[in-house]
Write a protein that binds this ligand. Structure first.
Ligand code: 5GP
Ligand code: ZN
Length: 111
């Protein structure tokens, strides 16, 4: 979609701090992190939310979860959340499917 901010990030039309990608998915830092680790994982193709992604492109959803897990393993001590806000009442503000990878403890802080 031409006016979708995450489509623009996927097309590299606007900058993002990218941490990893696959053919289908892109992982980058949230512009306003709410945890010490806060990464967004998106499908490169536009889907409005995770439910539509699941029905329209299930392989892209699996790829997104796998990429998010890899990034979480690299950046955190191993415990993390993967959350999808779906619908404005649930807090979704960007209507391009995305998972939030959040964790309180970066890897380097573990004794
Ligand atoms: P939602 O509220 O839709 O679940 O999550 C949207 C997230 O996208 C928010 O945490 C917000 O900080 C982040 N965000 C919004 N615009 C941008 C942007 O242009 N770049 C990046 N990296 N994150 C963004
Ligand atoms: Zn989009």
């Amino acid at each position: 979609m031409s006016d979708c901010i995450f489509c623009k990030i996927a097309r590299q039309e606007i900058p993002a701090t990218v941490v990893a990608e696959t053919e289908l998915s892109l992982a980058f830092w949230d512009v306003a992190p709410k945890q010490p680790i806060h990464i967004l994982v998106i499908p490169k193709a536009h889907h409005a939310n995770v439910s539509e992604l699941a029905s329209e492109s299930p392989n892209a959803l699996v790829d997104l979860v796998q990429l998010g897990s890899t990034v979480a393993k690299e950046l955190s001590q191993g415990s993390f959340r993967l959350t999808f806000n779906s619908g404005s009442e649930a807090g979704q503000t960007v209507f391009h499917a995305h998972g939030h990878i959040t964790s309180v403890t970066p890897k380097e802080q573990v004794a």
